[in-house]
Design a protein around this ligand. Structure first.
Ligand code: MIG
Length: 801
């Protein structure tokens, strides 16, 4: 490993004094006496991009991470200078660039607080082995600064005091301290003086981040090649940092079909067909909602991608159709390794068209994976991606498979040191030819991207669904993801919680863990606690290696089955709420799970919290992470919270004991919230939704809620056929006013809302719906329930004075 401070050959080199400066529209160029050029681009008022070259020439500006739809534009850009600095000012930031040595300092434009400051700043070592530079950046830290982000790192929320590496790696049964694992998301958030900023180091080489580990007051990052190329994203709200990062690296290109937010059942492996049917039948018999069933590698013929084992699955098309009639969507795994077999058409075609990766001196990159010796498509070649996407025609269009699961795409190779390709493998890198050193971290992303395009094409007019294991920043545009091969242990339950929160904070919200654990076997209690957490993850799938017995919700005892059913039912009831959170994520880049620090950074108690999180905008969840628990202590963020179970009101801003026996979980609703619910269905679309339930929680004051709906699949929503309900709740001592403002052209099937008023501090005397008096005989007094037209704009609920 190359340490930031390790001096190699010539040692660290630094820019010297700035001798020239040039401005070109939104970009400034500073050249130093020793030939370093710093390019600063104003992407937005709060987003600056810094790029350095030591050769006075920049490489072709190409990135897999940055979205073509990223917003650009700013209100203000002024450049001035004093004796020491060039000074760049936008409406949000002031950036000083030192004339002496190119070091930068960034201030909040409003109150002039110093937000970020270079320590050594940009420095580099020439790479004797590979050419080019090892590029480095170090920044000073501030009192009480905390660090967050970096994708799937399995550690606690706050990264301070730790060092990390980014090199996507197949990490079976990884642990708390395993690093790196499956994903590379070189984006972190810094928080000090209650102000947050982010840094996205868009460099795909093996990279490192050090947060006050090597030196107490220094945060640094460096990469083994490529450019020092990073984006500075200012908040000061952490949620704005995350949405701006997500905007930069891309939002979901389409909403997932609603069924993809249902419960998924997986195992390595369900086969033959009779076994698959046995599982799906059991779900329906026991009335455990489920939308998707997975086929792992054994469905294939000798692990050849795009083939079927005809002995296990004699007629896949019929099977997939029968499963579909029962509400199950079939999802199949596809790995990158293509079996070397001269009679196998995918292999033949790949060879003929020269689509497989090659070693530096010309031979094919040969590696062993499940099918035996394989060649690997170069997914960084656009022509290969196009070819790959077309290979899905039969699976999707003819057979009717609804989703594809991309595994082993780090790429994982068996029985070799490093568990992946050697460094010398060549890649097209979209015309910017490179070695594997540069392409490794994006290989899996490009495979998932090609898969996504195939599914999108052949699922049309329905929406595609893809899940990937490996990812680089930006992968969230195309697919969902899971956290890889975890273990059935209590510690891993807590890791799953940390990883899901961290991924959401890193722009990748469509995430979940293998519920119950992949390796080894959970007992009923652990499985129950895991489901209780898993139903609050954006992606919700049970998966296991199958080596250690069964892991379906009914594989334990009937008590487990009943509790698991109850929690999966809660997820299905909350589907319109979750879907709204997905819509906000897709539209504005707002993470679906919010760690408490992201929810309320002004409250310093949240800076080191790990377990509690906000699901969507209004629901506070705290998983139980220990055996034999009857409850736990948890921190309630500021504000008032209602218990989901019994409406008990809890005042926030403190830590408290909460009861949560095995059939329960601490779930709290933010006061003033309006939570939409569908009836329990065994699968999405089983029932026509003939009424939308709205759970309304009292607050003394004002609160806004939204409910987003559309056809739950297809693309009409992009043409305005959606229904967005904006609700405003205003609570007074003796009255409540609820207003609705609706937009969008979609007409929901239901005509009425069932309004349930929780926690009213007064007895209802009179109700006015759009200035007409509501017939009080129709009010169900016991739980303050009333049915109103979905078209209402204004409801006044008046109490006794
Ligand atoms: O070498 O396809 O993470 O979910 O079940 C193991 C078999 C390959 C690893 C994945 C796991 C999957 C398994 N795969």
């Amino acid at each position: 490993m190359i340490l930031n401070t390790e001096l190699e050959y010539k040692g660290n080199l630094f820019p010297s004094k700035i001798i020239s400066y040039k401005k070109d529209v939104d970009t400034l160029y500073f050249t130093s006496d020793n030939g370093v050029v710093l390019q600063v681009t104003v992407e937005r008022d709060s987003v600056l991009r810094f790029r350095f070259t030591t050769t006075s020439i920049f490489e072709n500006d190409f990135s897999y991470a940055i979205s073509q739809y990223a917003s650009k534009g700013f209100n203000k850009l002024e450049v001035s200078e004093d004796d020491e600095n060039y000074i760049l000012t936008t409406s949000k930031l002031i950036c000083h660039i030192s004339k002496l040595d190119m070091r930068t300092s960034i201030f909040d434009a409003k109150d002039k607080t110093l937000i970020s400051q270079d320590e050594l700043g940009f420095h580099w070592e020439e790479s004797h082995e590979y050419g080019g530079d090892i590029v480095k950046m170090s920044k000073s830290t501030f009192d009480g600064e905390s660090y967050y982000g970096l994708g799937d790192k399995p550690v606690q929320n706050n990264l301070k005091g730790k060092r990390f590496e980014n090199w996507v790696t197949d990490s079976y049964a990884f642990g708390r301290t395993t690093d790196p694992i499956y994903k590379t998301i070189p984006f972190f958030i810094g928080l000090h003086h209650k102000k947050a900023y982010g840094i996205f180091f868009d460099n795909t080489f093996r990279s490192f981040f050090d947060f006050c580990h090597e030196r107490r007051n220094i945060a640094s990052f460096w990469a083994q090649g490529g450019e020092m190329n990073y984006y500075f994203i200012y908040g000061p709200n952490m949620s704005d940092v995350v949405s701006n990062y997500t905007d930069l690296t891309g939002k979901l290109q389409n909403l997932p079909p609603l069924w993809a937010l249902g419960y998924h059942q997986c195992k390595w492996s369900y086969y033959p067909e009779s076994k698959v049917k046995e599982v799906t039948k059991k779900f329906r018999e026991l009335k455990i909602p489920c939308d998707a069933i997975y086929l792992d590698i054994d469905y294939m013929d000798g692990f050849r991608c795009f083939t079927w084992n005809k002995e296990y699955f004699p007629d896949p098309k019929r099977m997939v159709k029968e499963l579909a009639e029962d509400g199950f969507k079939t999802i199949v795994i596809i790995d990158p390794g293509i079996k070397i077999d001269k009679d196998y058409s995918v292999y033949q075609e790949g060879l003929e068209k020269d689509y497989f990766c090659k070693r530096a001196d010309g031979p094919y990159m040969k590696g062993k994976v499940w099918p035996g010796e394989c060649y690997f498509p170069d997914f960084t070649n656009p022509e290969v991606r196009e070819w790959w996407s077309n290979l899905f025609k039969e699976l999707i269009e003819d057979i009717g498979v609804k989703g594809v699961w991309n595994d082993m795409n780090e790429p994982a190779v068996m029985d070799v040191p490093g568990k992946t390709f050697p460094n010398d493998v060549r890649h097209n890198y979209d015309g910017n030819h490179s070695s594997h050193r540069k392409a490794h971290n994006v290989y899996g992303m490009q495979m998932a991207r090609a898969t996504y395009h195939g599914l999108k094409k052949f699922s049309y007019p329905k929406r595609p669904f893809v899940i990937t294991r490996s990812a680089y920043s930006g992968t969230q545009r195309y697919t969902s993801t899971w956290t890889g091969d975890n273990v059935a242990s209590w510690e891993h339950l807590s890791i799953a919680n940390a990883q899901a929160q961290r991924m959401c904070m890193s722009g990748f919200s469509f995430v979940g863990s293998d519920i119950g654990g992949f390796a080894e076997q959970p007992n009923g209690e652990l499985f129950t606690r895991w489901i209780q957490l898993g139903v609050f993850h954006p992606f919700c799938r049970t998966h296991s290696s199958g080596d250690h017995g069964d892991q379906e919700p009914y594989a334990f005892d009937s008590n487990v089955t009943n509790i698991v059913r109850k929690f999966i039912e809660i997820r299905y009831q909350l589907l319109p709420y979750l879907y709204t959170a997905f819509w906000r994520y897709a539209n504005e880049g707002i993470p679906i799970l919010k760690s408490l620090v992201l929810f309320d950074q002004q409250d310093s108690h949240t800076h080191y919290r790990n377990d509690e999180f906000i699901f969507g905008e209004k629901i506070l969840v705290c998983p139980i992470l220990e055996p034999n628990a009857k409850g736990r202590r948890m921190y309630f963020p500021r504000g008032n919270w209602f218990s989901f179970w019994d409406d008990e009101l809890v005042k926030g801003g403190e830590e408290k004991w909460v009861d949560a026996d095995i059939d329960s979980l601490p779930i709290y609703i933010k006061e003033g919230a309006i939570i939409p619910k569908y009836p329990v269905q065994q699968y999405v679309g089983e029932k026509t939704i003939d009424e939308l339930k709205l759970d309304v929680y009292y607050k003394l004051g004002k609160e806004k809620s939204q409910v987003y709906e559309d056809a739950h699949d297809g693309y009409d929503y992009k043409k305005g056929r959606y229904s967005l309900r904006n609700f405003t709740f205003v609570g007074k001592k003796d009255a409540v006013i609820i207003q609705q403002y609706k937009s969008g052209k979609f007409i929901t099937e239901y005509d009425t809302f069932q309004l349930n008023l929780h926690g009213l501090p007064f007895k209802i005397e009179k109700i006015m719906v759009d200035s007409e008096e509501f017939d009080m005989k129709k009010l169900i007094i016991k739980d303050n329930t009333l049915i109103v037209s979905k078209e209402f704009t204004d409801i006044k609920i008046l109490g006794k004075k």
